[in-house]
Design a binder for this molecule. Structure first.
Ligand SMILES: [Zn+2]
Length: 278
């Protein structure tokens, strides 16, 4: 994991205006400051004048009263992304963000309970219902910005799975893995990585077992799964580092580990890039 992350170039990008309005100034004024990696799976946070409007590939983003704007690139995002900033005076600035390509590993996992690899129709229906509830929870979009607090790790342990890897369960190809897995004994405390508010909590979902989702603002959520214990409820306001549950092996898991995830709305992001850059 470390290798992948280290290849990714620096992260603070200043988009400066080169137009005539700043021509006489000694130092070019940055109009938006971006934090995050320019690669697939990255969370990016921008800071700009709240009077500016910002769009990514033509899609308008929410600029908060503090001038915070958030976006992210999904696992398979490649090539050039277009960030456009419009100032109050109508002046427009467009920058091409060139994503650095990355490769994902292929992960063969044996010994997964077969009922979770090829579930029967009743279980498929259950899992679908649960996925809809999770999807709904991730639609919450608040103007908080907890992600400006330097992130912490949710648990200590061996990294046993990384973001993006192609999963082959008991020889059968399945969806890529979107979390960062931390292997540690059942009962190891799990902490919330930023302050936030609980938007989903369930004891035992079919695939993810004990599951907690916390919103941190602008549709940025972190998800904690396979928990043996869920200590929080929807609506709970959390301080950073609060213990929210404990590591387990519930749902589709071969052994006790925390699988934690980062989303921007429905875009699944790489937690390792968040640890590296936030
Ligand atoms: Zn996992």
């Amino acid at each position: 994991m470390r290798n992948v992350v280290l290849l990714i170039v620096p992260i603070i990008v200043l988009l400066g205006l080169t137009g005539s309005s700043y021509a006489d100034e000694a130092v070019e004024q940055p109009v938006i400051k971006l934090t995050g990696a320019m690669t697939s799976g990255a969370l990016v946070v921008g800071k700009t004048d709240p009077a500016n409007s910002v769009s990514l590939n033509g899609e308008q983003l929410t600029v908060s009263a503090e001038g915070i704007v958030v976006f992210g690139f999904d696992r398979d995002a490649t090539g050039t992304q277009q960030l456009t900033l419009t100032q109050a005076n109508g002046e427009q600035l467009t920058r091409q963000l060139n994503l650095i390509p990355r490769e994902y590993k292929i992960d063969r996992v044996e010994g997964v309970p077969q009922r979770t690899v090829t579930p029967d129709p009743k279980q498929v229906a259950r899992a679908r219902k649960e996925a809809a509830a999770v999807w709904q929870a991730r639609q919450i979009f608040s103007q908080r910005h907890d992600f400006l607090t330097p992130v912490i790790e949710p648990a200590q342990g061996r990294i046993s799975g990384v973001y993006g890897s192609q999963r082959i369960f008991n020889g059968e190809p399945r969806n890529p893995h979107f979390g960062l897995d931390v292997a540690a004994p059942t009962g190891t405390p799990v902490k919330v990585v930023w302050p936030g508010q609980v938007v989903f909590a369930a004891d035992d979902l079919f695939y993810s077992g004990g599951t907690i989702i916390v919103e941190h603002g602008h549709g940025v959520t972190t998800t904690y799964i396979h928990l043996s214990r869920v200590d929080v409820e929807v609506g709970d306001e959390l301080e950073q580092g609060a213990v929210i549950g404990a590591i387990g092996a519930t749902g589709r898991a071969t052994g006790p580990h925390l699988d934690w995830r980062v989303n921007w709305r429905n875009v699944r992001l790489d937690p390792a890039l968040v640890l590296e850059h936030f």
